[in-house]
Design a protein around this ligand. Sequence first.
Ligand SMILES: [Zn+2]
Ligand SMILES: [Zn+2]
Length: 74
Amino acid sequence: MTEKKQPIARCLTCGTPYYSLAPVIDGCVTQTVSGRCDGEVVIRWNNDDWIICPHCDGSGCPHCDDIGWLPARP
Ligand SMILES: [Zn+2]
Ligand SMILES: [Zn+2]
């Protein structure tokens, strides 16, 4: 099982994880049905910010949206 990389930031509006800090400054760029999300992206780079998905052990599955990690807090 290959553990996916832990995200370092996350959108508070749509929950999209990010692996770079650019969206923290620029806002969420995820496209939604109503256009760009533009939500606030916050840094979540501490080990206790994420819990490895218990369903796939971090390899990605529908439960974690193929991220491998679940947010430990909103
Ligand atoms: Zn978003
Ligand atoms: Zn999973």
